[in-house]
Design a binder for this molecule. Sequence first.
Ligand SMILES: O=C(O)[C@@H]1C=C(O)[C@@H](O)[C@H](O)C1
Length: 155
Amino acid sequence: MTDTKKKILLINGPNLNLLGTREPELYGTTTLAQVETALVERAARHNLELDYFQSNHEGHILDRIHQARTEGVTGIILNPAGLSHSSVAMRDALLGVAIPYIEIHITNRYQREKWRHQSHFSDKAEAVITGLGVFGYVASLDWWAWKLEGSSFEA
Ligand SMILES: O=C(O)[C@@H]1C=C(O)[C@@H](O)[C@H](O)C1
């Protein structure tokens, strides 16, 4: 019997293609490609498949979210980026496909402009990570692995 790995989809929103050179004092110097590569390798160690997608175009992100349902994606790691604070359509897409997601933000949004404190996604997220830098992506993946492996705690 083939061992079908559970699939996690990493979605990054607008301007995160600039990660590594974009306001490095806030977002750090690790590139998005480095994050994506590391997570694919880490996912494999957890016997998970990880696919990733980044777009600066809201509609393209909506289409990728819709596609995730047909692919049987188990869970999503989502950094909506600037769309966190504005996109009802993206929230509706996630609710529409009914795929659970963890919301991750590289920066601590609560240390930034007040309008960044609000997110259209947090109340429906499994969890929200904000301010761990790019480690937030690692934490998000490990959380999915822990959850899918039965959520057992070993101190
Ligand atoms: O911290 C982050 O990853 C988020 C990324 C962005 O691009 C901003 O628009 C958000 O406000 C914060």
